[in-house]
Design a protein around this ligand. Structure first.
Ligand SMILES: CC[C@H](C(=O)O)C(=O)SCCNC(=O)CCNC(=O)[C@H](O)C(C)(C)COP(=O)(O)OP(=O)(O)OC[C@H]1O[C@@H](n2cnc3c(N)ncnc32)[C@H](O)[C@@H]1OP(=O)(O)O
Length: 252
């Protein structure tokens, strides 16, 4: 089964689906390849917006693929993976078109970082989401902490990162992480959420998105992400992190 699906729709939506439901849509290097392909395709004139979602109804994305990334032991080995994915999420943040995280299910760790890089986060009423990196003795490492600090009130962003716990849809909306909670078909609800924007000219949407990209660039987001990646890589090599990951890998 292909680890991702990329579909350009007639109304200008480009839909990227992480297609690893058996692994709760965990992100491995093949999914990273797919995200890079989607970001290149999204620049084509006929594409108005990029939607990112997960296959199935259990998970949006469960973050980094622990079965492949737990082999990364040292700071340098971790930095290489983290740096690649953070570059992808910066490209997503800076895409000059609106982007939506269509959260069809649970989002944890890097899955929340992926969602934070999108302009809008809309979720099923059953969703649970949280930056659980802290429970693995690391910080966010793909840029999600920086993106969150740009998109939520500082105290809310800090609370989400430092509590490293799962929240339900109502809590996530209350904190400002979600813009909409829906029931029923994710794509139908996504279209409904976007229907006013979709009628505007692509150039208008692009001009507005570029205003926010300028703000983030002036706020030094790229430099801050580089530091975030380095912080995570340093913690990654610690015994505490490897112990927590082993616990997950060996759980019965
Ligand atoms: C910088 C980002 C950072 C990094 O890259 O390390 C992170 O993303 S840190 C966070 C890493 N992710 C996690 O720690 C999440 C681990 N998964 C879970 O907590 C649960 O699976 C959950 C809550 C996502 C879903 O729970 P549920 O009960 O619905 O499913 P199962 O736990 O039974 O899992 C089903 C199946 O999927 C495999 N799985 C789930 N998550 C991952 C993952 N992140 N990497 C690899 N595989 C994952 C799990 O092992 C099960 O597979 P099976 O072969 O059936 O055992």
């Amino acid at each position: 089964m292909k680890p991702y699906i990329l579909e350009a729709q007639d109304d200008g939506l480009l839909v990227f689906t992480i297609n690893r439901p058996e692994k709760r849509n965990a992100i491995n290097y093949e999914v990273m390849d797919g995200l890079e392909e989607a970001l290149a395709k999204a620049l084509e004139d006929q594409i108005k917006m990029l939607v990112i979602t997960g296959a199935g109804d259990r998970a949006f994305c469960s973050g980094g693929d622990l079965s492949s990334f737990h082999q990364l032991r040292t700071e340098d080995e971790a930095f290489e993976m983290l740096n690649r994915m953070s570059a992808i999420l910066l490209k997503l943040l800076f895409l000059p078109k609106p982007t939506v995280a269509l959260m069809n299910g649970t989002a944890v760790g890097g899955g929340c970082e992926l969602a934070s890089a999108c302009d809008f986060r809309i979720a099923s009423s059953k969703v649970l989401a949280g930056f659980i990196q802290g429970t693995l003795a690391i910080t966010t490492g793909w840029g999600g902490g920086t993106f969150l600090s740009e998109k939520l009130q500082p105290a809310q962003a800090m609370k989400m990162l430092m509590e490293a716990q799962l929240y339900d849809a109502e809590q996530l909306k209350e904190m400002g992480f979600l813009q909409l909670i829906f029931s029923g078909d994710p794509i139908e609800n996504c279209r409904h959420f976007l229907n006013r924007m979709l009628v505007l000219e692509g150039d208008v949407l692009k001009a507005y998105k570029t205003m926010f990209i300028k703000k983030w660039m002036e706020a030094g987001v790229e430099e801050r992400v580089k530091q975030e990646v380095r912080n995570c890589a340093v913690l990654w090599q610690g015994e505490a992190h490897h112990r927590q990951v082993e616990k997950f890998i060996n759980r019965q």
